[in-house]
Design a protein around this ligand. Structure first.
Ligand SMILES: [Fe+2]
Length: 260
């Protein structure tokens, strides 16, 4: 613990909140810290490095009280135990219960339990957000909306969407989630900021970490293909021929054997 070398970027400030973003680790993970100005309480979404965020918050007089997980892939939960260890206080950790289908558990976790393609309200500090259950990348992926932000995790990156060929993923559910989110997005303020779980380049070669919603809906290849069968089925980022996909196939096969 100590001083941090690289300060996070303030990507949104309103009269109610501050949102900080930092890219951490070798996998281009984007972490987001949402701070309630009224209470100085903060929620960290998908922490990759627990000590980093603890040190930053301590220096700023901010108290992390909650950890929200968009999903349970290791690069999104790596910092949870670290943060619990360094903070020395009880933190509320939230994730959707369908992530248990991947075998994810965490001591003392609080599960969201609403059905797929529906939403619930969630408060922390003096702020209220909407938690949308948007499976496809994983069984219980959530997308967080409200107060001028849309945190999309690995459901939607700025230029495309998350892969669906990892263990527990589903191409059909991903498509249904994107159709569901298209309706949600259509009624959000175009000035809202979209904050994805990874920094991946757009089709035009630029590589931003934040986009305004009105620019995001133009730039996102997945959202622009989801309404057309041919376009959707031709997307080349839904599945990859790599070791992680092979591992997912082995896990699925093992599950089938266990059932027989
Ligand atoms: Fe992921």
């Amino acid at each position: 613990m100590g001083e941090i070398l690289k300060m996070p970027t303030l990507v949104l400030e309103t009269d109610k909140l501050l949102v900080y973003q930092q890219e951490l680790g070798q996998w281009d993970n984007l972490n987001h810290l949402v701070v309630c100005k009224l209470t100085s309480h903060a929620c960290i979404v998908d922490p990759f490095d627990g000590e980093y965020w603890y040190d930053f918050c301590t220096g700023q007089g901010i108290h992390i009280t909650e950890i929200w997980l968009t999903h349970s892939h290791w690069d999104h939960v790596k910092g949870v135990q670290e943060l619990v260890n360094v903070s020395g206080q009880k933190l509320i950790i939230r994730c959707h219960e369908l992530e248990q289908q991947r075998g994810f558990e965490f001591d003392g976790i609080t599960w969201w339990s609403h059905p797929k393609f529906t939403a619930v309200k969630q408060n922390f500090g003096g702020l209220e957000f909407t938690i949308h259950c948007t499976p496809g990348h994983t069984p219980g992926h959530v997308t967080i909306a409200g107060n001028g932000l849309l945190i999309t995790g690995d459901c939607l990156f700025l230029g495309r969407c998350g892969r669906t060929d990892l263990y527990g993923g589903s191409k059909d559910q991903q498509r249904q989630s994107l159709l569901y989110l298209s309706d949600i997005i259509s009624i959000l303020d175009g000035e809202s900021v979209v904050l994805p779980g990874h920094r991946y380049p757009l089709a035009d070669g630029t590589n931003p970490t934040v986009l305004k919603l009105s620019d995001f809906v133009i730039a996102n290849e997945a959202l622009n293909s989801v309404g057309n069968d041919e376009d959707w089925n031709s997307l080349d980022f839904l599945a990859f021929d790599d070791n992680m996909a092979a591992k997912a196939r082995r896990q699925e096969a093992q599950n089938s054997e266990d059932v027989l």
